[in-house]
Write a protein that binds this ligand. Structure first.
Ligand SMILES: [Zn+2]
Length: 142
């Protein structure tokens, strides 16, 4: 059976997130709800954070679509990326999850999904435009 490799679920609430989840750490999360008898976490969405796991969870707590979450910290951005890919595939991808797309690579990285070749066959725009250097002071002359 597929596993998220995460521990128990918690109510997806801003106060709970702030109390339990450290900021400034990469990590992974899953969003969903509990079955009526509260025994099982039904996963609807998987995600990751490259540098601040608390931030997306606070967003989702405010967004209101999901009632519970699970999370885990990652030792590196790459570990978070690879775990997100594994979670995504293990739980049915975009057909079963509410994730509309395959997890994206962190900006500028050429890492492959450990489970599929999506990045070989798709033209992906994973580089965000870099800020233009403005070292030169522009002077206007008349
Ligand atoms: Zn994949």
């Amino acid at each position: 059976m597929a596993s998220l490799e995460m521990h128990v679920s918690y109510p997806l609430d801003a106060a709970v997130v702030s109390r339990l989840v450290s900021a400034n750490s990469p990590g992974n999360y899953a969003l969903g709800r509990l079955t009526e008898d509260q025994s099982t976490f039904l996963i609807s969405f998987v995600g990751r954070a490259d540098n601040d796991l608390r931030k997306p969870l606070l967003f989702w707590a405010g967004e209101g679509s999901f009632t519970h979450f699970k999370f885990s910290y990652a030792s590196s951005v790459r570990a978070a990326f690879e775990k997100e890919c594994a979670n995504y595939h293990d739980f049915g991808g975009s057909e079963k999850l509410q994730n509309t797309n395959h997890p994206a690579r962190p900006a500028g990285k050429r890492w492959q999904c450990p489970r599929c070749r999506v990045f070989d066959t798709t033209i992906t725009v994973d580089k965000r435009p870099e800020p233009t250097a403005k070292n030169e002071e522009l002077k206007s002359r008349r």
